[in-house]
Design a protein around this ligand. Sequence first.
Ligand SMILES: Cc1cc2nc3c(=O)[nH]c(=O)nc-3n(C[C@H](O)[C@H](O)[C@H](O)COP(=O)(O)OP(=O)(O)OC[C@H]3O[C@@H](n4cnc5c(N)ncnc54)[C@H](O)[C@@H]3O)c2cc1C
Length: 530
Amino acid sequence: MTEVADAVVIGAGPNGLVAANALVDAGWDVLLVEANPEVGGAVRSAEVTAPGFCNDLFSAFYPLAAASPVISDLDLAAHGLSWRHAPAVLSHALDDGRAAVLSRDPDVTAASVDSFHAGDGEAWLRMFAQWRRVRDPLLDALFTPFPPIRSGARIIRALKTAGTLDLARLAVLPVRRLAQESFGGDGAAVLLTGNAMHADVPPDAAGSGIFGWLLTMLGQDVGYPVPQGGAQRFAEALASRARARGALIRTGARVERIETSRGRAVGVRLHDGTRIAARRAVLADVDAPTLYRDLVGFDNLPARVRRDVDRFQWDHATVKVNWALREPVPWRSEAAHGAGTVHLGVDVDGFVDFAADLTVGRRPARPFLLFGQMTTSDPTRSPPGTESAWAYTHVPAGTVDEASALDDHVDRMTAAIERVAPGFSGTVLARSVQSPSDLASADSNLVGGAINAGTSAVHQELVFRPIPGLGRPETPVPGLYLAGASAHPGGGVHGACGWNAARAALATERSGKALRRALLRTAWGRLLRD
Ligand SMILES: Cc1cc2nc3c(=O)[nH]c(=O)nc-3n(C[C@H](O)[C@H](O)[C@H](O)COP(=O)(O)OP(=O)(O)OC[C@H]3O[C@@H](n4cnc5c(N)ncnc54)[C@H](O)[C@@H]3O)c2cc1C
């Protein structure tokens, strides 16, 4: 072993960076090793279309970060992060020229959904009022390790028994059913469903309702902010804070192996053979299958882990297109012009068709697109009068491996945009396409172009995430913690996976550690016994 640190953190995605910050705050010395030449994981930006156009390469809008107590407590403004907002949060543009709009002003959203069906505006405001009542304990429950005992009690206090039962029902309700029960028109339904589809749960499947409700209400509450100057600035603010407090960050250093001694994680080995010893813990911002199969090795794990990893379900693959546009997008609907995010390509029923295509492995003929207007959100992203834009959609794994299939799918995406913004193609100055394999080679956690480190379906959430177990960051290997988005609460830039892993490592090392370690050993032993 040539180097030593209290903790080695593998991976400088947002979760790894948050974990490093939490550990240095507690006085540990931390070495963070990142495979890529730059920090950020799926929070990066670069000029990949035309000079002067900043393109976010993966994630772009950060409602979860804005709502996350973990991120806000880091005071990243002191490290150069500043948030910008588009005039409107989000719009869903329908092929018939209508569009629903989500604004940070609840009355504006209410008026928009009411224009689809009288009475939906009132229903919207009621839904938002319910969100406001439960928001703080709910976010605490979501962002802390399972089970959320204290925040659960606060939820019950805020909602009483009947309201808590309603919330529990919402947690398993399909988003299509949620929209039908709550609203008469399509405006609110497409807003809820489009937001639900940021995860991979079909709109008629249990569990999609809570995603749609959560993201829509967050958009209503905190907006969909973007970092001024590009996603990279967010990652750099996290890295700058960690460095300022003493963390060492080494880029261009891929971990190939987690070293164990008598069953405990004691360090890592890099691709060039360098060894780094960890006195106290190894935290891995690495997808769970790669961590267990390649970095630890099944031989060092109970047999049951191999079975569970073999049936780990990835979320769908992704095709992303980035554009430099010489002028703003020629939307048919006025409501889409000021929105940071525009959903398009499908209507309420079209969401079901799209999800069904993904489920059966058919490349969707009419894809659902998430479209980002980055200069509308942050004028520094491209020269005045132009637009830096992107869109992504999902495809079943393996269906765009051939160049011709990828080209055809990009044509389908462009056709969907042309239906709601005729003349769009004529505004394109330059374009760059990211296939599923491009995404995976830029960030090895995006396996097969999956963006959420594993499905968000109920069978892989809470105590089933990433594999049936404790729903906590501790792994069956003492001293090794899962800090990436394969852990609860999953994908999205909120930092909770990294924070929870760091808190778990710190707690295990504090006084009473022997008892805590023994309890963990017993729990894993029972869970993984064949
Ligand atoms: C196209 C796309 C769009 C998205 N849009 C949004 C959005 O708008 N808003 C939002 O909140 N979320 C969005 N997400 C999801 C979000 O970006 C991810 O959930 C989040 O980045 C996960 O963070 P992480 O730290 O767990 O992993 P990642 O961000 O994937 O970072 C993992 C890091 O670990 C490094 N690493 C992995 N293995 C090793 C190893 N062996 N050795 C060294 N380093 C290693 C990788 O190189 C990478 O830098 C999007 C994702 C994608 C791909």
